[in-house]
Design a protein around this ligand. Structure first.
Ligand code: TXA
Ligand code: MG
Length: 316
């Protein structure tokens, strides 16, 4: 039986076509998916997430051909798609004027973020529904992104019509987002594809827009656990939970290691689940802080450090 024949996929596709919202696994994190051509369905995503409507959504497509129905694909964009799709690269491209995409998706911008997820269930769902799927991460706005079906259930519960359980997400951090304008590529959010790989393919250094507010919704505080975060910690102090990396490990209880061997891909895959575990441990043992070992700023380390910095940022 292929994923497409799966009864769950047929049920999920029917719910999508009826305007419902489905939690679907992708290779990065679980997404909260709805028909991107249906205004009411897209509005339900914002409502379920508690997300401000000025923060645009990414659409998930079955491939370049579906993308072309909604955005203008320049030769450079096409090159990046050929190299990195399916996979964790979102391209922000000019929105086609005559498409039936819901205006809520791009929140008033004249661009749309598109990506082709590398996950059998996500692909099967897009194909069975025969619709582009608008999908932010399947968590309440401002909380830690979900990398397991249980995380979605804990955060959104009854707010979703169905959760497709695809097990743990293999990449574990969200897609890299780049904006492609003519022959220039700008990094809007570091993610599951390393900057270096995109620079090689595009033949140019990427300027970064993150930090400046490029998308209105890229607020600094995000991924917030209840405990405070202390970054670049060399050791676990009294009253702290600890997330280690490589040889820098916690000595006390409530300590986990993102990757004992110092592998950034493994650390990315563990990041959000371990942040949740550390937060729970902190709550259980009355600890106020989660200390995190330094993570090298190369490859997937850029995305990991970005998420940690947001988790550590002052809350409003
Ligand atoms: O890996 C991912 O990208 C996951 C999975 C589910 O695909 N999705 C995800 O979506 O992370 P979300 O909504 O949590 O993050 C998307 C980010 C938001 O910060 C949004 O502001 C930005 O992308 N974004 C979306 N459309 C944009 C646009 N047209 N221009 C600039 N930024 C955009
Ligand atoms: Mg998110």
């Amino acid at each position: 039986m292929t994923a497409l024949d799966h009864k769950n996929i047929r049920d999920a596709a029917r719910i999508i076509r009826d305007g419902g919202v489905i939690a679907m696994p992708t290779e990065t994190v679980y997404g909260l998916a709805a028909d991107a051509t249906n205004d009411t369905a897209v509005a339900r995503i914002f409502e379920a997430k508690g997300r401000p409507q000025f923060n645009p959504l990414i659409i998930h497509v079955s491939g370049v051909e579906m993308a072309r129905a909604f955005v203008e694909v320049s030769p450079l964009a096409q090159k990046l798609m050929a190299e990195f799709w399916p996979g964790p690269l979102t391209l922000v491209l000019p929105r086609k004027k005559d498409s039936n995409l819901s205006l809520l998706v791009s929140a008033g911008l004249d661009t749309v973020g598109v990506r082709m997820p590398k996950h059998d269930l996500a692909q099967a769902l897009i194909k069975a529904a025969d619709r582009p799927l608008a999908a932010p991460s399947a968590n309440r706005s401002g909380t830690i992104s979900p990398t397991r079906a249980d995380h979605v259930k804990d955060g959104l519960g009854e707010r979703v019509d169905m959760i497709l359980d695809g097990g743990p997400c293999p990449v574990g951090v969200e897609s890299t987002i780049v904006k492609v304008e003519n022959d220039r590529v700008t990094l809007l959010r570091p993610g599951g594809i390393a900057r270096e790989a995109i620079e090689r393919s595009a033949g140019q250094a990427l300027s970064s827009a993150h930090g400046k507010i490029e998308a209105p919704g890229m607020m600094t505080s995000h991924y917030a656990p209840d405990a405070k975060i202390r970054l670049n910690a060399q050791e676990q102090r009294e009253g702290e939970a600890f997330l280690g990396f490589g040889e820098i490990e916690g000595a006390g209880p409530s300590s986990l290691n993102l990757s004992k061997s110092g592998d950034l891909a493994e650390a990315a895959a563990n990041l959000f689940a371990y942040l949740r575990e550390a937060d729970l441990a902190a709550k259980t043992h009355g600890l106020k802080t989660i200390a995190v070992a330094p993570i090298p700023m190369e490859g997937l380390g850029e995305a990991i450090n970005d998420r940690l910095a947001r988790a550590a940022a002052p809350r409003d």
